[in-house]
Design a protein around this ligand. Structure first.
Ligand code: MLT
Length: 213
């Protein structure tokens, strides 16, 4: 029975036991189908859980409200991060999967960062593609068992470099093992994102961590 799972979502069971389950979080205007192919490519055989954001901005799904581009409604960020974290835990039980690695793009990366900062136990680690600082006053949680991949675009018109550096600092001062890359591109995803995420997910640590969970 999965009717109690309160996000519209797609779930694909894993086909390789050693492949870590992935939580796929789309960007603004995306949906639960958007990142499935990315997930299959970066970690073949992983179980994939892909929820659709519940907030609509001019008909475009997102995971939380914003006042303007880059200006977040932080009360909503906090509340929606908890709601999504509850869904993730319920889905893990319903589908019988281990702790998930979040793979988020843009708005999806931002809600993944908000979950890491508020409910760190819900995720095993996170690949954040074009992320921003989701909360100006983030809780002082312990992230020393988390690996984080951050991939920014040097020509991203939405995300100032200062913001990327602040997020890196915020996560690493809380103990996360942050691997950070600046690609010579803009906000859109590229083949280089895929290659970096695939390599990062395959590192022995992430497999070992997932087996232990
Ligand atoms: C956001 O969360 O608003 C993003 O960083 C930008 C976007 O989704 O367009």
């Amino acid at each position: 029975m999965t009717s109690h799972l309160t996000f519209i979502h797609r779930f694909e069971p894993g086909t390789r036991l050693e492949a870590p389950p992935l939580l796929l979080l789309h960007g603004t205007g995306g949906d639960e189908n958007d990142l499935l192919q990315l997930g299959r490519l970066i970690s073949p055989g992983s179980a994939l859980l892909s929820p659709r954001g519940k907030v609509l901005e001019n008909g475009m799904p997102r995971y939380f409200r914003r006042h303007a581009e880059g200006v977040f409604d932080e009360d909503d960020v906090r509340q929606r991060a908890h709601e999504l974290a509850d869904f993730i835990e319920a889905a893990r039980t319903a589908y019988g999967i281990g702790k998930l690695i979040a793979v988020g793009y843009s708005n999806g990366a931002n809600i993944a960062a908000a979950i890491l900062l508020q409910r760190p136990d819900v995720l095993s680690s996170a690949a954040l593609l074009r992320p921003m600082v989701p909360l100006s006053h983030a809780p002082n949680v312990d992230l020393s068992d988390k690996r984080v991949l951050m991939v920014a675009g040097q020509h991203d018109p939405i995300i100032p470099r200062e913001n990327t550096l602040r997020l890196h600092d915020l996560l690493s001062t809380r103990g996360a093992d942050v691997e950070s890359h600046d690609l010579p591109i803009g906000h859109q995803l590229s083949q280089a994102d895929l290659t970096l995420a695939r390599r990062w997910i395959r590192t022995p640590d992430s497999v070992a961590m997932d087996k232990a969970s």
